[in-house]
Design a binder for this molecule. Structure first.
Ligand code: GLN
Length: 456
């Protein structure tokens, strides 16, 4: 049914870069046979899933929506891919994204933008617009994304899907093509909070192949969601509203929907207090220095020798350096080049302390802001994105306007804490609006409890 639906509507939405019809049907048939033989299968066995195209899948094209990877077919599986295969979920395909996950609209995909199923003239968010659109349009019930500065949550907000960034290290990054390693985290894209919980339980957990993987048990998220949904309230839950994340620059409909949610939480027995995180003012600036610094170093591996395309200079000697330059010149899009140039600049001798060094200090201050407020509250809530889905082209000529869309999602990545989007309303124009729930590091369980309260 998912494959038929993809065939019917994806020519208009364009959420997928690659559909693996045969592979998905083969997995489904194998699961049926095992079930018929009475085997005890994983509870998600047979449930179709889509993967963002920066997650490596053995033998299946993995492009990061970039020309530079050509038709690269990875020789190995990401840890999340392996777990999904072992549990018997058919992987129906790979979803579109901004090139190398850089963007908030999927307009930076080398293969054309994905459209928002709610309004085909509007962006589905980014960078994981493909996974969000695929789930929002009922093409698949589950998808995986990656979140470096909001790429799961902001698409969730503008497409009405649930999306979570777990605590940094909770899901292995082995086989996630790195954007900014200290910020990247894989997470679920689903229709409900319970589905996000179930998928996280499947893909999470310690992995010796990722040196930043947390060596601790996966929290019992499904159980927590079930018990909160059953009660419809959490007595004594302390919720903080971050003053700095709900004022200027947010659309009126977004703020109104957010206020409604806060009232709903109060009604469900939560104690709501306003808190202040004064250093959040600098989070965009810090992110857009630290992220490109890591990008410039991670993307050095695309050199025309190891993966994907190789372009030789049209004239002059064919040296390693000149092949590298020609390949990167032809293979990377403008936004990727912009960030590599920014990154190499901020890391260069003489500028390092002024830019990268200062940004790292700001990062610590943001972490301390979170530490201080989490002494007073269990979770924080904020709007996920300042606006509803904007129209194609609206922000493409102005990188700063595009970057501003990440204002509410970035602090969680800088601090490594869990954060998720829960759809909570629809604007006057009929576009989805989401609310963000944030919890302290390792506090994913509390985040899911609050999220299921908001969803209910
Ligand atoms: N919009 C952010 C950026 O462009 C988000 C990136 C991400 O989370 N992958 O950097």
């Amino acid at each position: 049914a998912c494959l038929d639906r993809i065939e019917a509507i994806d020519p208009r939405v364009r959420a997928f870069l690659h559909v693996d019809r045969e592979g998905a049907l083969a997995t489904a048939a194998a699961v049926d046979a095992r079930r018929a033989a009475g085997e005890d299968l994983h509870r998600l066995a047979g449930v179709p899933i889509a993967l963002k195209d920066n997650l490596v899948t053995r033998g299946i094209p993995t492009t990061c929506a970039s020309r530079i990877l050509g038709d690269w077919r990875p020789p190995y599986d990401a840890t999340v891919t392996r777990k999904i295969k072992e549990a018997g979920l058919p992987i129906v395909g790979k979803t579109n994204m901004d090139e190398f996950a850089m963007g908030s609209s999927t307009e930076h995909s080398a293969f054309g933008a994905t459209r928002n199923p709610w309004d085909l003239e509007r962006i589905p968010g980014g960078s994981g617009g493909g996974s969000a659109a695929a789930v929002a349009a009922y093409m698949v019930p589950l998808a995986l994304g990656s979140d470096t500065g909001g790429s799961i949550r902001q698409p969730g907000s503008v497409t009405g899907t649930v999306g979570a960034k777990p605590t940094y290290g909770a899901v292995s990054r082995y086989g996630l093509i790195a954007m900014a390693s200290s910020l990247d985290q894989i997470g679920p894209v689903t229709r409900t909070v319970a589905d996000a919980a179930a998928l996280t339980e499947l893909v999470g957990g310690f992995d010796p192949a990722d040196s930043t993987s947390l060596d601790e048990p996966v929290p019992a998220l499904t159980e927590a969601v079930r018990s909160v949904a059953g009660q419809g309230s959490i007595k004594g839950l302390k919720v903080g509203v971050v003053k700095e994340l709900s004022g200027d620059g947010y659309e009126k409909d977004v703020i109104d929907a957010f206020k409604d949610t806060v009232e709903r939480l109060r009604g469900a027995g939560a104690e709501v207090v306003e808190v202040s995180c004064p250093n959040f003012e600098y989070s965009l600036a810090a992110y857009y220095l630290i992220m490109p610094a890591e990008v410039s170093s991670n993307l050095a591996r695309f050199d025309g020798m190891r993966y994907g395309i190789r372009v030789e200079p049209t004239e002059g000697p064919v040296t390693a350096e000149r092949v590298m330059a020609a390949t990167r010149g032809a293979g990377f899009g403008d936004e990727v080049k912009r960030r590599i140039i920014l990154g190499t600049h901020v890391l260069s001798a003489g500028y390092y302390d002024a830019y990268y060094g200062s940004a790292q200090k700001v990062r610590t201050l943001i972490q301390r802001d979170f530490d201080a407020v989490f002494e007073r509250v269990d979770v924080l809530v904020s709007p996920t994105a300042p606006t509803t889905a904007f129209k194609f082209g609206e922000k493409t000529d102005d990188p700063m306007a595009m970057y501003l869309n990440d204002v509410a999602t970035i602090p969680a990545n800088l601090a490594g804490i869990p954060a998720m989007n829960v759809p909570n309303s629809v604007s006057g124009e009929g576009l989805p609006i989401g609310v963000q729930v944030l919890a302290p590091a390792h506090g994913d369980l509390k985040m899911y409890e609050a999220a299921s309260l908001i969803e209910a």
